[in-house]
Design a protein around this ligand. Structure first.
Ligand SMILES: Nc1ncnc2c1ncn2[C@@H]1O[C@H](COP(=O)(O)OP(=O)(O)O)[C@@H](O)[C@H]1O
Ligand SMILES: O=C(O)C1=C[C@@H](OP(=O)(O)O)[C@@H](O)[C@H](O)C1
Ligand SMILES: [Mg+2]
Length: 170
């Protein structure tokens, strides 16, 4: 982290706490909060599960990239990405260039517990346990380009924020 107006970009598997932690971080730093999923829903005027159902994942990924690149063009933001935004190398390159990238991780057990509270993640439809294990296997190495990695399994969101701030050189 070198520039004080740099973005902080949170990446990680679904349920690692990106949306929750980003909001707390933005409050603490007084940065603008941008949740890429919320931006997609606003731009498309459509909830993500409906977008997946009506247009398919490939369409969602195209919109995700265009929204992400547009947002990364600005500075001084806390950006919460969707868990699959790391699937395209183009997205990862843009995140690295435009910000300090923090990866949140968690055990499969913690993720399953957290995502089971609601059913708004289309990729976890069906058997949640199986889907979480499978997607974690598929994406195993995809988050390793981050500048900082935080295992949130045993941490409260506020503790995650403190850990990130302690490692954040403004
Ligand atoms: N560190 C944490 N400990 C316990 N629960 C958490 C933690 N971080 C997030 N949660 C909860 O897990 C769920 C998913 O969190 P969310 O921020 O939406 O994750 P993501 O954006 O990475 O998918 C939410 O109900 C949230 O309150
Ligand atoms: O991992 C993924 O492919 C996805 C993660 C979701 O965001 P969260 O990681 O915030 O749950 C959302 O973008 C969409 O359901 C797809
Ligand atoms: Mg989220």
């Amino acid at each position: 982290m070198s520039r004080s107006n740099e973005n902080i970009v949170l990446i990680g598997m679904m349920g690692t706490g990106k949306t929750t932690v980003s909001s707390l971080l933005a409050d603490r730093l007084g940065y603008k909060l941008v949740d890429i999923d919320a931006e997609i829903e606003a731009q498309e005027d459509c909830p993500i599960p409906v977008l997946f159902e009506q247009k398919g994942e490939a369409y969602f990924r195209e919109v995700e990239t265009s929204v992400l690149l547009r947002v990364l063009d600005q500075s001084s933001q806390i950006i919460s990405t969707g868990g699959g935004s790391v699937l395209k190398p183009l997205n990862c390159d843009a995140m690295k260039k435009a910000g300090w990238v923090v990866a949140l991780t968690a055990s499969a057990e913690a993720i399953i517990r957290r995502v089971s509270a609601n059913r708004d993640r289309p990729l976890l439809a069906g058997n949640v346990e199986e889907r979480v294990h499978q997607i974690m296997r598929e994406r195993q190495s995809k988050y390793s380009f981050a500048d900082l990695t935080v295992d949130t399994s045993e941490m409260e969101p506020e503790e995650v924020v403190c850990y990130i701030l302690a490692h954040h050189r403004v």
